[in-house]
Design a protein around this ligand. Structure first.
Ligand SMILES: N[C@@H](CCC(=O)N[C@@H](CS)C(=O)NCC(=O)O)C(=O)O
Length: 239
């Protein structure tokens, strides 16, 4: 079997692996024991690089086109897929062993993805000044322009109101986990829902200051979030 190719975003962090959306297919590929290589793309080069390989654009909230990463190329089938959720769906259909949508749960997990994002998106702004710090100057400039469309200034790492929004979101996710009998969203059954939760936690851990902002987030709900991230990384053989 030829290795699949995952397009992810370059940074100045050692080892990269910081961006939540490309992290999701990386976790799936590793969970399913599929061979893959990663091609690291400068944030500012995403449109030109994705257009050059023939990837489909994604849609902005206003319906306009935007080229995004992750993109997955599968030389075994010729598939070229844009968007983390569509990549997960493709991998599940093409490589069904070790399911990530067990018990026919893809529709519900798609709804879970939207619900989770609507809880955590409102508190995103403190991530942006830290993201700029780990990008090259050209990519930082591009990132600022792209994010300003949906998140007007000010962006403040220490904004209490934004932190409270994130904490409130995770309190709800914590309640969801309390309703299951087992450590995963689907009880004792691991699924893509847990990968979605973990990949945003990974982004906080990698992008925010580990001994400061991440220490605060990971202490919420009795240390639940550091635990979920570690459990999912272990399950996907990434720890
Ligand atoms: N829904 C998409 C979102 C992907 C996305 O927004 N990717 C960001 C990086 S994490 C991107 O490529 N942004 C390009 C831009 O904003 O111009 C997915 O899950 O793949």
């Amino acid at each position: 079997m030829l290795p699949l190719v995952l397009y992810d975003i370059l940074s100045e962090l050692p080892g990269n692996n910081w961006s939540a959306n490309p992290a999701k297919p990386r976790f799936v590929l590793s969970y399913k024991d599929l061979p893959f290589v990663t091609l690291w793309v400068e944030y500012s080069d995403i449109p030109i690089a994705m257009k050059a390989i023939g990837a489909k654009p994604n849609k902005r909230q206003d319906g306009s086109d935007v080229y995004t990463v992750p993109v997955l190329s599968d030389p075994n089938t010729g598939a070229l897929i844009t968007d983390s959720l569509e990549i997960a769906s493709y991998l599940e259909k093409t490589y069904p062993e070790k399911p990530i949508f067990p018990n026919n749960s893809e529709a519900l997990i798609r709804a879970f993805d939207s619900a989770y994002m609507s809880l955590i998106l409102p508190g995103f702004k403190p991530m942006f000044p830290r993201t700029i710090e780990i990008l090259s100057p050209a990519s930082a400039k591009f990132f600022i322009g792209a994010r300003l469309v949906d998140f007007p200034l000010p962006w403040d790492v220490n904004c209490d109101a934004d932190r409270k929004l994130t904490e409130k979101g995770y309190n709800t996710v914590y309640e969801w986990y309390q309703k299951t009998d087992g450590k995963w969203i689907m009880g004792n059954t691991f699924s893509y829902a847990d990968i979605i939760v973990a990949c945003w936690l990974l982004a906080y851990k990698r992008v925010l200051k580990e001994d400061d902002e991440w220490a605060r987030i990971s202490s919420w709900n009795g240390g639940k979030w550091a635990e979920v991230l570690a459990d999912v990384e272990r399950e996907c053989k990434l720890a």
